[in-house]
Design a binder for this molecule. Sequence first.
Ligand code: DI6
Ligand code: FE
Length: 406
Amino acid sequence: MSQTETKPFEHLIFDRLIRRANIVTMAKKNDYGIIENGAVGISNGRIVYVGADKSKLNAKETIDADGQWLLPGLIDCHTHLIYGGNRAHEFAMRLNGATYEEIAKAGGGIISSVKATRQASEQELFDSATKRLESLIAEGVTTIEIKSGYGLDLDTELKMLRVAKKIGETYPIRIAPTFLGAHALPPEYKDNSDGYIDLVCNEMIPTVAKEQLATSVDVFCENIGFSYQQTEKIFKTAKKHGLQIKLHAEQLSDQNGATLVAQYDGLSADHLEYLSQNSIEQMAKHSTVATLLPGAFYFLRETKLPPIQALREADVPMAIATDHNPGTSPCLSILLIMNMACTLFKMTPLEALQGVTINAAKALGLNNEIGSIEIGKKAELVLWNIGHPNQLSYQFGSSPENTLFT
Ligand code: DI6
Ligand code: FE
């Protein structure tokens, strides 16, 4: 009897039964875990049967998949979905020769989105973010991580996180909210970076934790962001308040941030173009996920590739995500990101799919709940009108038809 198949369930009546489906369980290592012509039984929102489509299976509601492919809902595990305005003008500046760092140092970049986000009302932020979200949902995304980080003052950071919460209450989607107060230095703290870190640690993190508005804390550890020491201070504070940690690490330079987040048993280190072999070993040792963001790589016209082969050899789980944000990845297509992971990073279509299912679930600390089709997990599933799961990475610029079950 296979791992996903259980004792006969003939005596049970499921709430819902999806039958005649080609199931992509993502429950086996380095394998799609395909069950051809299978069935999934669901009760109380959880998967209670996965296996052969036996005629005796019974349910209150039966869905005939008619040979379509049933997959775990896709997970976008790194986004900055909520912000005011956009930065199309900076894209033009970069194409005229300015670098991302130069624009940031001149007060543009993240800070220009901060100004627009501070000015926007909660309703305006909700309306613009949900319009973006709808594009992701249309491509089978059922879970999304959303970071704050365009407020950089307590009120606006809380405003962003309240919008994230409201999105989760309004849409049939799971939200993983992350506090990214240490995204950039706000103008009020110019030349007082440590003073801002004190504000983040002494006021912002305690308030966010108390109001239960985030489950994780993230930092932009970079020359134009925050130092290793400042990052460590934030990690200590986050852990003290029971929050999980992750890090924007090694995007533009090697700050040894991935080693730091691994040593604090963080969920993930994200970006990683400048990742060292030493940090890879630390990530492997602490099971820290490598979240790769090909949209930012592409949009910044970066040429240094993240060390995919070394991550593979070290058996570090690799996730991929849109990193949707107005400055470096205004991308709203998880399928395009899967395609880019293959074309730009030479990941395989299987690795790309693992990157938006089981490994993305690990990157959010949710792999006991979602990310694969296994008994006991939440039934957050998508039925795709495709011929094989490889097709999700292959086709770009449009999405195969799909139906969400959440
Ligand atoms: N790295 C990124 O790619 C985004 N944030 C970060 O720390 C960019 C955010 C932005 O430019 O608005
Ligand atoms: Fe990011």
